[in-house]
Design a protein around this ligand. Sequence first.
Ligand code: GDP
Ligand code: MN
Length: 380
Amino acid sequence: MKLHEYQSKRLFAEHGVPIPPGDIAATSKKARRIAEELGGPVVVKSQVLVGGRGKAGGIRLAKTPDEAEAIADEILGLEIKGLPVRKVLVDKAADIRQEIYLGIVVDRAARRPVMMASSEGGVEIEEVARVNPEAIKKVAINPFLGLRDYQALALSKGIGLAKEHYRAFARIAHGLYEAFVACDASLAEINPLVVTGAGKLLAVDGKMVLDDSAFFRQTDLMDMRDVDEETPSEQEAREADLSYVQLDGDIGCMVNGAGLAMATMDIIKHFGGAPANFLDIGGGAKAEQVATALRIILDDPGIKAVLFNIFGGITRCDEVANGILAAFEEVEPTVPLVARLVGTNDAEGRAILEASDFRLITAETLADAAQKAVAAAKGQ
Ligand code: GDP
Ligand code: MN
C-alpha cells in the first residue's frame, strides 16, 4: 500500500524529520485559508499516488493566498497519469539551494534494508541509477543494530555534502530509518531533501510503501488507505481476502496458491495466450469466496475465457465446484469456461460441475487446460 506525500511526511516528522509547515485541502477555499495562515509564498501540491507530479503540472508555487486559491482550483481539476486529484497539500514554500535524495528500500539480495543517498535529488532515483549510477551511495543496515552513525557519515561524505550539514543529515537518516521500521515499510523516500537558503535541511517530498502483510499490527496505518486509488475489483478482492492483481490479457484465471497461479500464467503465455489477472483464492477457500472471485473475474469486460486451475489439498474440489455454481447464479457466464480440478474430492467436484446446466470444458492436465483456454479465448 502506498501512502500519500502528506501522510508520509507526517509519519517522518513523528520521528524527528523536519518538514515544512502546511495542511491538506480538498477545496480551493480551504487552500486559500491555509495559505493565509502560513503567510508568504506557498507551494500547492497534488496528492496522487504517482511520481513525477512536478512535470505533470501538479506542483506549483503561489506568492499570495489569491494565487494559491486559483492554482488549487486548477490542480483540483487535473488528472495525473489517469488519477483524479482530490486533495492538495499546501506547504510553506522552501527556499531551495540544493536537492538531495535519501531513501530506504528492502534489498532482497542483501536481505537487509539499504539506505541510499544521492547528490542528484529531485530527479527519479531510477533515472539517476540509469544515467549516473556512481552518484548513488548505499549502506546496508543490519536490522539488529539499526543504522549506525558511521554509516550516516559515510553517506554524507559520499554525496559531497558540506560538513556543517553532517549532523542534521544524520538525524534525518536516523528518523527516516525509525519511521521505516515502525511502519513496516518496504520503501521510505525523501526526494528531494533540500538545503535551504538559511542552511537548514528539510524534507520537501515524502513517499512510503507499506508492507500489506504487516497490517495485522498496523491498524492505524490501515485506516490511511486511500480507497479511491484502488479499482472496485481490487477493493472487493481485498475485502474477501483474495490476492488479486488485474492484468491486461483476456484469459481470466482462478487458481488456489500463489505458486500455482504463477505457473498457470506462465503456461497460458507459453501456449500463446495472455492472462487477464493473477488470482489466488488461497488454501481452504470456501464456496462464498470462490463466488466472489468468479464475479470479479467476469466483471472484467476484456475477458474471453476463464481457466479454473484447482489443486485440491486443503481446498476441496467439491467445495470449489459448489462455489463456481453459486457464482453462476449471480453472474451468468458469457464466455467459455475451462476447468481442471485435481486432488482432494476431485471426482465429486467434476461430478457436481458435469451435473449442472452450465457446460464447462474439462481438462486432465494443466497443459491441456491451458491449450483449451487459449483456443477458447481465440474463439476456436
Ligand atoms: P514529485 O514531482 O512528485 O516528485 O514532487 P516533489 O514534491 O518532489 O516536487 C517536485 C519539485 O518541485 C522538487 O524537486 C522541487 O524542485 C520543486 N518544489 C517542491 N516544493 C518546493 C518548494 O517549496 N519550493 C520550491 N522552490 N520548489 C519546490
Ligand atoms: Mn519528488
